[in-house]
Design a protein around this ligand. Structure first.
Ligand SMILES: Cc1cc2nc3c(=O)[nH]c(=O)nc-3n(C[C@H](O)[C@H](O)[C@H](O)COP(=O)(O)OP(=O)(O)OC[C@H]3O[C@@H](n4cnc5c(N)ncnc54)[C@H](O)[C@@H]3O)c2cc1C
Length: 529
């Protein structure tokens, strides 16, 4: 088998995102997966504002929106009620910021799209990248590494001998049970399987017509018969999920009956897929062993509430992709790969804590004895639950602070400027160019997104074209540096500085009031030399 620069094991959303970041930079990549069957499992439905920003960066935002089954004006409301034809408890509008509105804080709103549909968009794009080869029907068996590279054993799933695949680096994006992680002997640390859940995808053509709650993306149905969450995936195709108590044998569950009890309607329910899954709170003890790195569910697992798992993994793909490309192409140094775990683990731990907090209040915790009663007693119980939900659950649906406020507080490749970090809130995002933060977004006078002016490599944002020393230092190093002279005092105010260096992943690496004496030293630090 021909050598490649990077072998990616796993063509889930994270492996494909990594392949796109590498392949768009011309890196020779091979991606292998057991199967091209993306299935109908009720996994990620939310591609959040950060991931949609990355889709735009990769030129895929329109394709993602075009493949989303629900209409563009479908509201991303989350509705709490006693049943689909029952009593409303409370409603969160524009959850996750999916509304197609222009917002100063980000270039793309979030998108409600099933994981299988998003995966197909990523896969189709990967197939257009000349330096990437995508092979299904291949199983990763094991690996050995030396100073120059990795030799992986890849076997056809249809049977036959394993073949050696040589690569400079290997990425394990092979999901929760990660054979790559296991081959390295890396353990997951934290709480294993602390709650059991049961998911169902079902067809119910009558359900839309019987819905008395209005349009929404999630219906949290809180009733004693079967508390659970229901929501649309496609026209007449729905997902359902409920927590399963420890004493119940999952194999004895009747999926259609559970769905009917939860929605409170005796209608036809055709089960398309079932998906039992366990809740974990885990991170890998290390994300790297020599030339092998882990990304996505292979190195972090947590409850899905808040819709963070796949989105965080897509962020891993970006983080790893540009760093590997920089090292392979010589414009970055070895510290970039050391920085991968340092930087990403901070984000993972912050987000996982949030997801675990969200999972602590589900529909079953909100059931009250009298909430199904008609009349004043039932009204009072429902009002009390509605108030509790509005208070406790809003952090799950208004998450801009979590999604865009993630920052790399410590990193060997970010230059601290001694300024105070912005407030760390789950709900409100405080745009800041404090080094290590996501570059604050803005719309330019010509209507374009600031992010669209960033280059593929590093970008220097400058109010005035007085940056000759940076240009010279970049040229001397053969480093592609996009200089964007904006001449806009408002942008300088947003960044609290006339100069800022932005990394390929849109994070601020350095900012300053003037070009430093040794501009080359700054460039060398941020590119990991
Ligand atoms: C109920 C539920 C709801 C969720 N909702 C959301 C949400 O709204 N938003 C969100 O961001 N996340 C959500 N998630 C999490 C999300 O589904 C995962 O984080 C995501 O699938 C991780 O992607 P991945 O590419 O890392 O792994 P996977 O999707 O598991 O892909 C791994 C790939 O590796 C392949 N593979 C495994 N072993 C081998 C081998 N030996 N050789 C070759 N290939 C191999 C597999 O076939 C697979 O294709 C949800 C999860 C659940 C359970």
């Amino acid at each position: 088998m021909e050598d490649c620069d990077v072998l990616i094991v796993g063509a889930g959303p994270v492996g494909l995102a990594t392949a796109i970041e590498l392949g768009q930079r011309g890196v020779r990549v091979r991606v292998v997966d057991l199967t091209d069957d993306v299935g109908f499992r009720p996994r990620a439905k939310l591609t959040n504002v950060r991931s949609m920003g990355l889709m735009r960066r990769w030129g895929l935002a329109q394709a993602v929106r075009a493949q989303a089954p629900l209409p563009a004006d479908y509201p991303s409301d989350v509705i709490f009620a006693t049943g689909m034809a029952g009593h409303l408890l409370t409603r969160f509008e524009n959850a996750f910021r999916c509304a197609r509105e222009r917002d100063d804080q980000f270039p793309e709103p979030a998108q409600w799209i099933p994981q299988y549909a998003l995966t197909r968009v990523l896969r189709d794009h990967v197939r257009t990248l000349p330096s990437v080869r995508l092979d299904y029907g291949r199983r990763f068996i094991g690996l050995a590494q030396d100073d120059d590279g990795v030799t992986a054993q890849i076997a056809p799933t249809a049977g036959g001998e394993a073949v050696a695949q040589r690569c400079r680096y290997l990425v394990g994006a092979d999901g929760p049970s990660s054979p790559v992680r296991k081959a390295l002997g890396i353990r997951m640390q934290g709480d294993h399987g602390y709650a059991r859940n049961f998911g169902v995808v079902f067809k119910a053509p009558e359900l839309s017509g019987r819905n008395r709650l209005g349009l929404g993306i999630q219906y949290w149905l809180t009733n004693p018969a079967c508390p659970g969450i229901v929501g649309p995936m496609e026209r007449d195709l729905w997902f359902f999920g409920t927590q399963v108590p420890p004493q119940v044998d999952i194999d004895t569950l009747d999926p259609a009956a559970l769905v009917r009890r939860c929605i409170g309607l005796d209608i036809a329910v055709e089960v398309v897929a079932t998906d039992p899954w366990d809740c974990h709170r885990l991170v890998a003890e290390r994300y790297r062993e020599g030339r092998v790195l882990l990304a996505g569910d292979a190195c972090h697992l947590h409850p899905p509430m808040g819709g963070y798992g796949m989105n965080m993994g897509i962020g891993d793909g970006l983080a790893l992709g540009w760093k590997l490309a920089a090292v392979l192409q010589g414009w970055g140094g070895p510290k970039l790969l050391d920085a991968y775990q340092v930087e990403r683990r901070q984000v993972h731990e912050r987000v996982i804590a949030e997801a675990v907090e969200n999972y602590s209040t589900l529909t079953n915790q909100l059931v009250r004895d009298t909430m199904m009663a008609e009349g004043p007693e039932g009204d009072a119980a429902r009002a009390a639950v509605g108030e509790e939900v509005a208070r406790v659950k809003q952090r799950e649906f208004h998450t801009l602070g979590v999604v865009l406020g993630c920052r790399y507080a410590t990193s060997p490749v970010i230059v601290d400027d001694g300024s105070a970090a912005p407030p760390d809130e789950y709900r409100n995002y405080h745009p800041s160019a404090h080094p290590g933060c996501l570059a604050p977004h803005g719309w330019l006078a010509d209507g374009r997104s600031l992010y669209d002016r960033f280059g593929r490599g590093f970008t220097l944002l400058a109010e005035r074209d007085e940056v000759a020393a940076f240009r010279a230092a970049a040229e001397a190093r053969g480093l592609a540096l996009t200089v964007f002279v904006h001449g806009d005092p408002a942008l300088t105010e947003l960044y609290a500085a006339p100069l800022a260096l932005i990394r390929p992943d849109q994070f601020v690496a350095w900012r300053g009031q003037a070009v430093p004496g040794d501009a080359g030293a700054v460039l060398d630090q941020i590119r990991g030399m």
